[in-house]
Write a protein of this length. Structure first.
Length: 331
C-alpha cells in the first residue's frame, strides 16, 4: 500500500507493557500492521487508571483490551464490540500461603480477603458464592490491602494475576498456593480485544485488517517465543527481566491457545455462561448480544473468497504452461 493509504489507529492496553501483549508488539515489529496498511500506536495503561472503556467510548482510542466485564458494559448500554478473546481463561486467582488451610472455595468461609472488583474479576467472587458464601459475608470478608498485607498476615487470600505476584513470591522464596476459577468450572474469557460500534461502522475494513494483523502477530509470538521475549524486553517492557518475561510467556501460552481452540475464539454459548456470572437475564442477554460479537465468519469468508480468486488466477495462468509441457512431451 502507498504511504497515502496508511491508516493511523491506536491500541489502548489494559496494563503496562509486558508479555501479556506480545502479539501486538510482534505485529508491529514484524511489519504485519504495515502490510495491512496500518500505523498502530500501542499505548500502555496508567496503573492508577487502567479502565479502557472511557478511552474507547469517547474516541481517545480506536481499539483496546479489557476483561469479560465488557458484556455487562454492553448490557448497560455501552456501544462496544468484542473482536476476539486472546486469553481463553481468566488469569486472575486467589493466592494463599502454602501453609494455609484454604484448598478450595468452601474453605474461604471466615477468612479475610482483598477487595475485588465485581466488574473486572466477578469470577473470583462467583466462585466463592457458588461454594456457599453469601454476598453479605463476602462484603464483610473484604479488606483494603494487597500482597504487602497478605505477607504480614493481615489477609488470608489476595487477588493476583497468575503471571505477576506468584513469580515475585517465587523469587522471594515465599510459599504460596493458587485457587483459580478455571479449576472450579468458571471458564471466562480474559483480555478481550474490542472496539466501538461507531468505529466499526465507520471503518469496517480497518477493523478487519487490524484484527487479522493482530492475530498474525499472536501466531508469530507463540511460534517464536524467544524472539518475542527479546523484542518485548528491548522495545517495550524494559522494566522487566528476561526471566520474568519468559515465565509470563510460559504460563500464558496455555491460556492463549489451549489445544483444540482457535486463536481469538469466542462463542455465544460461553458468553451466555459469562452472562450468568454477572446475573444478566436471558432477555437482557439476547438484547445486549445482538451486534456484540464481531462477525468473524464474515471476515473469514472474505479472506477465503480472495484465496479462491487467487487460486483461480493461478490456475488460469498455469494452463498455457501446462499445454506447452504436454506438447513438448508429445514431440
Amino acid at each position: 500500500m502507498s504511504a497515502q493509504s496508511v491508516d493511523n489507529v491506536s491500541l489502548q492496553l489494559k496494563w503496562t507493557h509486558q508479555f501479556q501483549f506480545a502479539g501486538y508488539y510482534m505485529a508491529a515489529e514484524k511489519g504485519f500492521y504495515k502490510e495491512a496498511g496500518l500505523n498502530v500506536a500501542i499505548i500502555p495503561a496508567d496503573p492508577n487508571d487502567p479502565d479502557t472503556f472511557p478511552k474507547v467510548l469517547n474516541g481517545q482510542a480506536d481499539f483496546a483490551i479489557t476483561h469479560s466485564g465488557i458484556l455487562q458494559k454492553r448490557q448497560q448500554g455501552a456501544s462496544v464490540v468484542a473482536l476476539g478473546a486472546i486469553l481463553q481463561f481468566s488469569p486472575y486467582c486467589w493466592m494463599v500461603k502454602n501453609n494455609s488451610d484454604i484448598f478450595q472455595p468452601r474453605d474461604f468461609v471466615g477468612k479475610k480477603l482483598s477487595k475485588v472488583s465485581s466488574l473486572e474479576n466477578a469470577e473470583l467472587l462467583v466462585m466463592l458464592q457458588r461454594a456457599g458464601l453469601s454476598q453479605e459475608s463476602l462484603m464483610a470478608a473484604s479488606h483494603e490491602g494487597g500482597v504487602k498485607e497478605w505477607l504480614a498476615g493481615d489477609l488470608d487470600a489476595v487477588q493476583v494475576y497468575v503471571t505477576n505476584e506468584p513469580y515475585s513470591m517465587t523469587l522471594r522464596g515465599v510459599g504460596y498456593r493458587l485457587i483459580c476459577p478455571q479449576k472450579f468450572g468458571l471458564n471466562v474469557y480474559g483480555d478481550i480485544l474490542y472496539t466501538s460500534e461507531q468505529f466499526l461502522a465507520k471503518k469496517p475494513e480497518v477493523v478487519e485488517r487490524f484484527y487479522r494483523a493482530s492475530l498474525k502477530g499472536w501466531r508469530y509470538a507463540l511460534l517464536h517465543l524467544e524472539e518475542s521475549i527479546d523484542v518485548t524486553k528491548q522495545h517495550y517492557a524494559k522494566h522487566k527481566s528476561v526471566q520474568e518475561l519468559a515465565y509470563e510467556a510460559h504460563v500464558l501460552a496455555s491460556y492463549i491457545q489451549p489445544p483444540g481452540i482457535k486463536l481469538g475464539n469466542m462463542s455465544m454459548a460461553k458468553w451466555r455462561l459469562i452472562a450468568d456470572l454477572y446475573g444478566i437475564e436471558q432477555a437482557d442477554f439476547d438484547q445486549a448480544f445482538d451486534g456484540f460479537m464481531y462477525d468473524q465468519q464474515q471476515a473469514e469468508a472474505i479472506e477465503l473468497s480472495w484465496m479462491l480468486i487467487l487460486a483461480i488466477i493461478l490456475s488460469i495462468a498455469c494452463v498455457p504452461l501446462y499445454s506447452r509441457l504436454i506438447s513438448s512431451n508429445r514431440r
